[in-house]
Design a protein around this ligand. Structure first.
Ligand SMILES: NC(=O)c1ccc[n+]([C@@H]2O[C@H](COP(=O)([O-])OP(=O)(O)OC[C@H]3O[C@@H](n4cnc5c(N)ncnc54)[C@H](OP(=O)(O)O)[C@@H]3O)[C@@H](O)[C@H]2O)c1
Length: 272
């Protein structure tokens, strides 16, 4: 896929993985529309992305919207299309995560996480898809997580939202094929971003110990894998060996992984 003069709409593009992907795509010639809530973060990211552009003619838009509010995200995507044109790429990176013990997490956390991570992605896709189908071209990139492949201790509010995205991507892949619209789903490992920093504040000790078994990636490293996956038109984009094995073999290796993670959790429990 050639990125020059293409239009990429990126929800959650003002921070972390979304921002790093926006920067990389801008350096390859893409025009970018960033969508997130906080205007200040959006403007700062816009300046960073403009600095990474291949040419000053590439436009970068910063549009404020809450993806969980259907009318807001529909209006944001319409505005991006009106200003730059139909999107060639939609990357749904906007997401939240609040780890904690199941019984201690307020019910609102479960509801909000599903509203942002799942319905926020769904509304974005529904808003961008008609113009992609009309042109018989476009690519949807849904950002799930390693926690969307196996449920992880402490992620009872988050994992299901990322599983739901996997179900959506798998359903859409076949359904959209005849219309020329591609679908990818990304399973990032732990990535050094403001989200991970916030998660670390509420992560149960057991979750920390389990997460400590895998390496933490940089947002730029994950962005490189996302862009490479789009170029190769890969359906599943799993950065690194651990995520690749998990993506290919998750059902097969889940019993072994569960045994291993249970031992880690029990060890933490004993010293608590
Ligand atoms: N970091 C990791 O370890 C990791 C691992 C696996 C998967 N992921 C997934 O990767 C994606 C990006 O995460 P990240 O780590 O890059 O997070 P991040 O740095 O916190 O960025 C999240 C982005 O989403 C936006 N956002 C959050 N809630 C929103 C809402 N309701 N409406 C619109 N925008 C919203 C944020 O801006 P505002 O707050 O201003 O709206 C920000 O731009 C998420 O879907 C996350 O679940 C992350």
């Amino acid at each position: 896929m050639k990125f020059e003069r293409q239009h990429a709409i990126i929800t959650g593009g003002s921070s972390g993985i979304g921002k790093a992907t926006a920067q990389l795509l801008a350096s390859k010639g893409c025009q970018i529309s960033l969508i997130a809530r906080t205007q200040g973060k959006l403007e700062a990211a816009k300046a960073e992305i403009e600095a990474a552009r291949a040419s000053p003619n590439q436009r970068v838009l910063a549009i404020s919207a809450d993806v969980s509010e259907r009318m807001q995200i529909e209006a944001a995507i319409k505005s991006a299309i009106d200003q730059i044109g139909p999107p060639d790429l939609l990357i749904t990176s906007a997401g939240i995560a609040r780890p904690g013990y199941f019984q201690q997490l307020p019910i609102e956390v479960f509801e909000r996480t599903m509203a942002v991570n799942y319905f926020g992605s769904l509304y974005s896709i529904r808003a961008a898809l008609p113009v992609m189908e009309e042109r018989q071209q476009g690519h949807l990139v849904l950002v799930s997580s390693g926690a969307g492949l196996i449920g992880i201790y402490g992620y009872s509010a988050y994992s299901p939202t990322k599983f739901a995205l996997r179900g959506l991507a798998e359903s859409l892949r076949g359904e959209l094929k005849p219309s020329g619209v591609g679908v990818s789903i990304v399973y990032p490992p732990d990535t050094d971003t403001p989200q991970l920093e916030a998660e670390n504040k509420t992560k149960p000790l057991e979750t920390k110990a389990i997460a400590g078994t895998a390496k933490t990636w940089s947002a730029q490293g994950v962005a490189r894998e996302i862009v490479r996956g789009i170029e190769k038109q890969s359906f599943a984009i799993a950065p690194g060996l651990e995520m690749t094995l998990l993506e290919r073999l998750h059902s097969l290796i889940a019993p072994g992984l569960n045994w291993y993670f249970d031992r880690i959790a029990a060890k933490v429990d004993r010293v608590k």
